[in-house]
Design a protein around this ligand. Sequence first.
Ligand SMILES: CC(C)(COP(=O)(O)OP(=O)(O)OC[C@H]1O[C@@H](n2cnc3c(N)ncnc32)[C@H](O)[C@@H]1OP(=O)(O)O)[C@@H](O)C(=O)NCCC(=O)NCCS
Length: 152
Amino acid sequence: MDFQIESVLREKISRRELKAFREFVMRGNLHPNFQRCRYILKASVGERLVGVLGIEFWGNYISLRALFVDKEFRKRGIGGALVKKAQEIARKEGVQSIFSYTLFWNNRFYGKLGFVRVNVHSVPWDIQQCVKYHHPHYRSCCALEWKCAQTQ
Ligand SMILES: CC(C)(COP(=O)(O)OP(=O)(O)OC[C@H]1O[C@@H](n2cnc3c(N)ncnc32)[C@H](O)[C@@H]1OP(=O)(O)O)[C@@H](O)C(=O)NCCC(=O)NCCS
């Protein structure tokens, strides 16, 4: 199955498309706030939106926001491709690390992509505060880090 991954600058996204992204991630019970994202990565199959990932920049770091793939299209590499695109952007933009907060059952998925679990207190304070506010499952989440300098 062919899918496309596209990165779009948030400021260039129409209200209508932003609304579609918000409604899409709400299906996964994720907080639909893309306000702080510089990019939104979008996965599509034909015209159909099947995956979304927001990329927030916090100084020298990136924080991933609302990674969600349509249930019907999971386990086909789309989520991985979205995260790899984020890693490509991180390298290009010269940031130090990418952080992601996630529920433990996604640790394997992130582990395959080179992320390692870190103490939540080692995450930059601004990111911690933002995630606390927007992430409905914050208290049960693990913090994961991918360092840009590592070879992958
Ligand atoms: C987490 C999530 C984004 C993963 O999306 P996905 O498109 O299924 O991701 P991938 O297909 O790249 O990888 C998922 C698994 O399928 C496997 N896979 C990838 N391509 C495959 C293929 N062609 N055939 C069989 N398995 C495959 C991967 O190895 C991976 O295995 P693992 O979970 O045991 O590590 C998706 O499950 C989701 O939207 N979950 C709900 C929301 C959520 O939890 N978001 C994360 C918030 S941080």
